[in-house]
Design a protein around this ligand. Structure first.
Ligand SMILES: NC(=O)C1=CN([C@@H]2O[C@H](COP(=O)(O)OP(=O)(O)OC[C@H]3O[C@@H](n4cnc5c(N)ncnc54)[C@H](O)[C@@H]3O)[C@@H](O)[C@H]2O)C=CC1
Ligand SMILES: O=C([O-])CC(=O)C(=O)O
Length: 270
């Protein structure tokens, strides 16, 4: 049986923990960790399974599958600790994998320990089609992310450029450029662009538009891909997490669905 350890018990980590606790994922929730240890302890107490609250090293020792749901900065530490100890890992802060050196290091650790690195589709739809399409030639990939003000507030790009998002009263594109830059400028907003880049034509050729849209209440992601296979368009209107408005509920559901797939023998989808 999988014994899962979760690093980061914010919006996504808590949903995953509850899904394991309630039996949606057929695994044991062995341990959790958050840099806010007190918060992690009080959350652990609300769960039936009463997971241990353990710092990273101990969490890895006690688990046989590790989930990162913390931050891009945490991916290196968590990935190396887990894969280095022979544990498969699921990464939510996918933007960290734009760092080619880190990606190659994690891949080679995973290969050596016969483990896997899982990247869920997160808050977007259509990665299955892009993955299939990438077997042949893909010409262009664009993702347009529209979020209400609260979904983008505090992003480095907004702070650096002194953009007063409270003064934006109609849908406004504030960024257009490669995913490699977008993921640094909007680290908590466009991890989906990183997953799309990994599955498609890479971080430099995947184009990201970020739109502040005060007229909407949902986080909308639209993907457009053209290539030898034809054309693909997806559109998802996500309900934001009640806990973190930057994060869509679907991202947590996607993580839970991925864990279910890891734990069960029947695998569906590309
Ligand atoms: N792949 C995808 O589609 C999506 C990915 N994300 C990303 O997933 C990650 C988790 O998202 P949320 O749960 O919404 O974030 P959150 O901000 O609600 O929770 C993150 C938690 O991790 C903790 N944390 C941060 N760094 C840590 C570290 N080094 N060690 C231990 N704990 C640490 C924080 O204290 C916080 O409790 C974020 O990086 C977010 O940007 C979010 C939405 C979609
Ligand atoms: O949850 C979302 O809508 C997307 C998101 O924040 C991310 O990819 O970082």
């Amino acid at each position: 049986m999988f014994r899962i350890g979760i690093v980061g018990t914010g919006a996504i980590g808590k949903e995953i923990a509850r899904a394991i606790d309630s039996g949606i994922v057929p695994a044991k929730l062995e341990a959790i960790w958050d840099r806010d240890e007190e918060e992690a302890k009080s959350f652990a107490a609300t769960l039936k399974s009463k997971p241990k609250v353990l710092p990273l090293k101990e969490l890895v020792e006690e688990s046989n599958f590790v989930v990162e749901a913390a931050s891009q900065a945490a991916v290196k530490e968590v990935g190396i600790a887990a894969l280095g100890a022979g544990r498969s890992v699921m990464i939510m802060s996918v933007g960290a994998l734009a760092d080619k050196e880190l990606l190659e290091r994690l891949r080679s650790l995973a290969k050596n320990c016969h483990c896997s690195i899982y990247v869920p589709s997160g808050a977007v739809c259509g990665l299955d089609g892009v993955k299939s399409a990438s077997i042949a030639r893909i010409d262009t990939v664009t993702i347009t992310t529209r979020k209400p003000r609260e979904g983008l507030r505090g992003a480095p790009f907004i702070v650096k450029n002194n953009i007063d998002i409270d003064k934006i009263t109609e849908p406004t594109t504030i960024y257009t450029g490669p995913a490699s830059v977008a993921i640094k400028e909007f680290p908590a907003n466009v991890n989906v662009a990183a997953s799309l880049s990994l599955v498609g034509i890479g971080f430099d050729r995947t184009i990201v538009n970020v739109v502040v849209d005060p007229t909407i209440k949902r986080n909308i992601h639209e993907i457009e891909v053209k290539g030898e296979f034809g054309e693909l368009k997806t559109h998802v209107e996500n309900v934001p997490s009640g806990f973190n408005p930057k994060t869509s509920y679907l991202a947590a559901l996607s993580a839970i669905a991925t864990l279910k797939q890891v734990c069960e023998p029947l695998k569906i989808g590309t």
